[in-house]
Write a protein that binds this ligand. Structure first.
Ligand code: NAD
Length: 262
């Protein structure tokens, strides 16, 4: 824990127990932030908390479901109670949901994707804003190339709609919160190697009906393979830090130009 760019700052990372969230939690802690690792899987959140502790950083693990109002409110309050401030919010928890035709997509699957990806983002901001307002801060929302540049993944109607909705929400939040010096941006990753496929917890029936969600290898012109959570973490760190002090209301693609080819 040598570099202290975020010394004294407190960060909430939703979906911090795995993949992109884990990578960002480690990177923010490495740069001095105290990190609340929020995840619906207690064990995963704990593991990341311990990883941060082993590296000499400070973290807490909170089990919470971002789609459930009381759960996310309590989780954010716990972090604010312990560290008396919140400066950075990485609203990142998300699922792929079920990828299938609109005709075959169940209402339950549509709602589950919207509730976690879109409503979860709203709830995370809703309960963090009172703390962010006190001194200003930075919010980063994990959207996707899906729903923003890529529209060719037939079957991803719920996922893409939720990810496009996050960008509209981000723009509204950036306008609304600018007067409090709260910046709000979205990141749009392309294919990143994580466990999102397994972690989505599809039902066996949905699994059977679903169109495969894997991105093809070699799709990024820059690197010819999927990106890593660590590469995304560098972008999150930049958007969280004062180095991006004039950047708000923006979506940043991080996909090695993969989406320009599709
Ligand atoms: P991941 O499954 O590795 O990590 C997501 C974490 O979020 C998991 O630990 C999971 O338990 C947690 N989570 C899921 N639902 C939750 C809920 N309701 N409440 C709290 N925690 C919850 O996946 P990832 O790839 O790191 O995904 C993170 C974000 O990145 C998602 O929003 C996803 O849509 C987005 N994304 C991923 C990719 C990719 O290729 N991996 C590309 C574009 C966007």
């Amino acid at each position: 824990m040598s570099q202290q760019k975020l010394n004294g700052k407190v960060a909430i990372v939703t979906g911090g127990g795995s993949g992109i969230g884990r990578g960002a939690a480690l990177r923010l802690a490495e740069h001095g932030a105290k990190v609340c690792v929020l995840d619906r899987e207690r064990e995963r959140a704990n593991m990341v908390k311990e990883e941060i502790a082993r590296l000499g950083g400070e973290a807490m693990a909170v089990e919470a479901d971002v789609s459930e109002s009381e759960s996310v409110r309590m989780a954010i309050s716990k972090a604010a109670d312990r560290w008396e401030r919140i400066d950075i919010v990485f609203a990142n928890a998300g699922i792929n949901g079920t990828w299938t035709t609109i005709e075959d997509l169940s209402e339950e699957d549509w709602d589950r994707t919207m509730n976690i990806n879109l409503k979860g983002t709203f709830l995370t901001l809703k309960y963090a804003i009172p703390f962010l307002k006190k001194q200003g801060g930075s919010v980063i929302i994990t959207s996707s190339v899906n729903g923003n540049r890529i529209f060719s993944n037939i079957g991803a109607s719920a996922y893409s709609t939720s990810k496009a909705g996050q960008v509209a929400f981000m723009q509204m939040a950036a306008l609304e919160l600018a007067e409090y010096r709260i910046r709000v941006n979205a990141i749009c990753p392309g294919a990143i190697k994580t466990n999102i496929g397994q972690n989505t917890n599809r039902t066996p029936e949905a699994e059977e009906a679903a169109i495969p969600v894997e991105y093809p290898e070699g799709s990024s012109p820059l690197e010819h393979h999927a990106g890593s959570p660590e590469q995304v973490a560098d972008l999150v760190l930049f958007l969280a830090s004062q180095q991006s002090s004039l950047i708000t209301g923006t979506k940043v693609f991080i996909d090695g130009a993969e989406s320009l080819l599709i």
